[in-house]
Write a protein that binds this ligand. Structure first.
Ligand code: NI
Length: 165
């Protein structure tokens, strides 16, 4: 296993729609293991493949540092089937260091995906796990959490980013 380099805003790969996984081979297993190690090393509660420069629909999520009972989850080709409610939470992202902002998300959801063996799974989630799923699935569509804040806040973020360069 290896800790991979995390791509940072405004790298292009973060804005691309990632391609579905079609082959469950050793390369995919290695990518997943490396992503898990990279997420824990960061440390973060989730990581999507585009964040390590791989434009594929793979994400790993582990919120056990916040909610102990939730295990590590590997999502491949996830699709949100149903959403309900609204929740507002202060989000950050490993690809956007030193910035957080409140983002509105669905409070609960149902998704279907494949696990790392290629088996179909259906997962229901609420609260923090629901937020983490939506944040990571957004990454697979080239969407960052700063795309979901108000235009005024986004302008502020971009100005601050330019200043730091
Ligand atoms: Ni992120």
């Amino acid at each position: 296993m290896a800790v991979l380099d995390i791509k940072k805003y405004p790298e292009k790969v973060l804005k691309q729609k990632a391609a579905p996984v079609t082959t469950f081979d050793d390369d995919l297993q290695r990518l997943i293991d490396d992503m898990i190690e990279t997420m824990y090393a960061a440390p973060g509660v989730g990581l999507a493949a585009p964040q390590v420069g791989v434009s594929k629909r793979v994400a790993v999520i582990d919120i056990s540092s916040k909610e102990e009972s939730v295990p590590l989850i590997v999502l491949i080709n996830p699709v949100i089937r149903d959403k309900e409610g609204e929740i507002d939470f202060e989000e950050g992202c490993l690809s956007i260091p030193d910035y957080t902002a409140r983002v509105k998300r669905a409070e609960s959801l149902v998704l279907s995906a494949l696990d790392r063996a290629g088996q179909s799974v259906e997962i229901e989630a609420g609260g923090l796990l629901s937020i983490a799923f939506q944040h990571e699935i957004d990454h697979l569509d080239g969407i960052l959490f700063i795309d979901r804040i108000s235009p005024i806040k986004r302008e502020f973020f971009k100005k601050r980013y330019k200043k730091k360069q």
